[in-house]
Ligand binder design. Structure first.
Ligand code: CU
Length: 631
């Protein structure tokens, strides 16, 4: 638990640190040509392990959000201003992606999340990116009465420049609702410049703070929230990221994401079976690792090194199309596709590997982009011929029933894959590439997708095979026996849900919102503000059907549960089971267009949760619904 004194000390550190940062670069600089950026010059950063709070029980963390600079582009280019997580008592820990939280199965973790997006003199920092105030979003200026609303305007507004709301979700966590990072449980920094009348917290913050205090005795300080994670779940690759209402796409794009790994328990393998070691707390720099998390993200930059994200919606010059005159949000864009590929926070990195086995925990941390990954001998030849297979051993929620040998791995936003790559026998000096054949536009998965630009976003990272320095004692992937989760059993009901879109009344503009709803003879769309329509009883096993009436695939994510993928059924065509790499437990599933995608889950913690599309632009603009477990 952070004390008041620690909290103030944390703020003071920000005040000092912020002088070096200066205001975020805005506007004028042209976009950086991705083809001009040299590839494979920056060594892959491997996120170290997040240190626990000093003087506290193990498993107790204080993690703040700050603004700082980080080298994302190669040497010789400007550094990039980002948001990121870190431990306030160790300023060098602030990074994006964040340092990894290492958790053990069945040992709870407590994190005090602190919003330190404040600058010199304790003034709040505005967002790095353009916040669209016309969405149904956190809306702090609405005050207590109109926070978490869609505000009304008499003329088309510019971006919101006020204090930034944050709230952290542990993605894949079996978390009580007070610790789940509900989108309306956000909080502003405890800054001296929050204007009078602004809401400092989201509309659900107080009720979760009260529930948390009641069950733990721990109270939340202004500008922070304390969460407890049970970790009573299978060993798996989780991640934590921001989830504030209507601004998640910008907070995550600015850098608010990190890995959270659960190890141990009956659903893990003994250490040494899979390639090892992974980073551990307190490691000195420069160690070699054979288990490495890889967060793949697309980003665009301006020539001054700033992150580039669209600051307006193109309405074909029809200014009357924008809210409040028309129906088009002036800044929000329906999807985002960056022009460069980053792994662990740097563009197109290179990793020296030994001719032996590696375990890579892959995360698609992109806002909108679906990846189709392979390992190839040539970076730009298409179609890709795999030089080495990807042995998929696990997914979002833990291990698969058996290893799956893949030439290509499809990974939608938020999905994870636990993969073994065996470089054994590859000649020293060989160069191999992680390449991407997913599209530079929304993924459809119906065979019509065109691969990403082979010169830029079609490339991800390079491996250079060096000399072997030790004996590989891990088990070859084809011979692995994996711990399999027990099946969930019969469902007590099936919910028929619909994935929908709303088109602008102005021709040629396209969608103005993505929507969820209830399937029927005519699907009924609901917005975020509509009452809960999904209310499983505690302990119920249910099948949820996603009837996708749109033209693109949507990666659907349900909080609180790890589901089984039952399968997919085209609106006109035969049903199929899950893909082999989807046969473990999952928390996100690709729902292709014009198909029904079925998942089955046990809902077992009473409370208020959400389900949503994990294309962050969709999630931020109505493609998210509240749901409730139990009374
Ligand atoms: Cu979507």
């Amino acid at each position: 638990m952070v004390t008041r004194r620690d909290f103030l000390r944390g703020c003071a550190a920000v005040l000092l640190g912020s002088r070096a940062v200066g205001p975020a670069a805005r506007g004028a600089a042209p976009e950086l040509d991705p083809r001009s950026i040299p590839k494979y010059v920056t060594p892959l950063p491997i996120p170290p392990v997040m240190p626990a709070a000093p003087g506290e029980d193990p498993g107790t963390y204080v993690i703040a959000v700050r603004r700082f600079r980080q080298r994302m582009l190669p040497p010789g280019y400007p550094v990039t201003t980002v948001f990121g997580y870190g431990a306030p008592h160790r300023p060098e820990t602030f990074a994006t992606p964040a340092w990894t939280i290492e958790a053990r199965a069945d040992r709870p973790v407590q994190v005090t999340w602190v919003n330190q997006l404040v600058g010199r003199d304790g003034r709040h920092l505005p967002h790095l990116l353009s916040v669209d105030p016309t969405l149904h979003w956190a809306n702090p200026p609405g005050g207590v009465a109109h926070r978490d609303h869609r505000p009304s305007f008499t003329s088309t507004p510019g971006p919101y420049r006020g204090p930034v709301p944050i709230v952290t979700h542990l993605h894949g966590g079996h978390s009580p609702d007070d610790s789940d990072g509900h989108p309306e449980a956000w909080f502003l920094p405890a800054a001296c410049t929050v204007p009078a009348g602004y809401a400092a917290e989201g509309s659900r913050y107080a009720e979760f703070a009260e529930a948390f205090a009641e069950r733990t005795g721990v109270t939340w300080r202004p500008g922070s929230a304390v969460y407890r994670y049970r970790n009573d779940q299978a060993a798996a690759t989780l991640w934590y990221h921001d989830h504030a209402l209507g601004i998640t796409r910008l907070n995550v794009y600015a850098g608010l994401a990190g890995f959270y790994l659960i190890r141990g328990g009956p659903a893990d393998l003994p250490q040494g079976v899979l390639p090892w070691p992974a980073p551990q707390a307190g490691d000195p720099p420069g160690l070699r690792y054979h288990e490495i998390p890889l967060a793949v993200q697309d980003r665009s930059f301006t020539a001054d090194g700033a992150l580039h994200y669209p600051d307006r919606r193109d309405a074909g010059g029809a200014t009357g199309a924008y809210l409040p005159h028309g129906d088009v949000p002036p800044i929000w864009v329906p999807e985002f596709f960056g022009t460069t590929m980053l792994v662990n926070g740097v563009t197109w990195p290179v990793l020296d590997v030994e001719p032996c086995r590696y375990r890579f925990r892959l995360l698609n941390g992109c806002n909108s982009r679906t990846l189709i990954l392979s390992i190839a001998a040539s970076p730009a030849v298409r179609p890709v011929r795999a030089a080495l297979p990807l042995w998929c051993v696990g997914g979002d929620g833990g291990f698969l029933p058996s290893p799956v040998e893949l030439e290509r791995l499809t990974l939608a936003p938020a999905e994870r894959a636990d993969v073994v790559v065996d470089f054994t026998g590859v000649r020293e000096g060989t160069e191999l590439y992680l390449v991407n054949e997913g599209p530079d536009v929304p993924y459809r998965g119906d065979g019509s997708d065109r691969p990403a630009d082979p010169a830029t976003t079609g490339q991800v990272m390079k491996f250079v095979v060096r000399a072997l320095t030790g004996r590989d004692t891990s088990v070859p992937p084809g011979r692995l026996e994996l711990p399999s989760p027990a099946p969930l059993g019969e469902a007590v009901r099936t919910r028929r849900l619909a994935l929908l879109e709303r088109e602008s009344a102005t021709p040629e503009v396209g969608p103005v919102a993505a929507l969820l709803g209830v399937e029927g003879a005519r699907p009924v769309p609901y917005g975020w503000h509509d009452p809960v329509t999904e209310n499983p009883a505690v302990g119920d096993v249910e099948v949820w059907e996603f009837h996708n009436h749109t033209v693109d695939a949507h990666p659907m994510h349900i909080h609180e549960v790890m589901f089984e993928v039952v399968g997919r059924e085209p609106f006109r065509g035969p049903a199929r089971g899950p893909y082999p790499w989807e046969r473990g437990r999952k928390d996100a599933v690709i729902a292709p267009p014009q198909q029904v995608t079925r998942v089955k889950a046990r809902f077992d913690l009473a409370g208020r949760y959400v389900w949503h599309c994990h294309i962050l632009e969709h999630e931020d603009n109505e493609m998210m619904r509240p749901y409730r477990i139990g009374p």
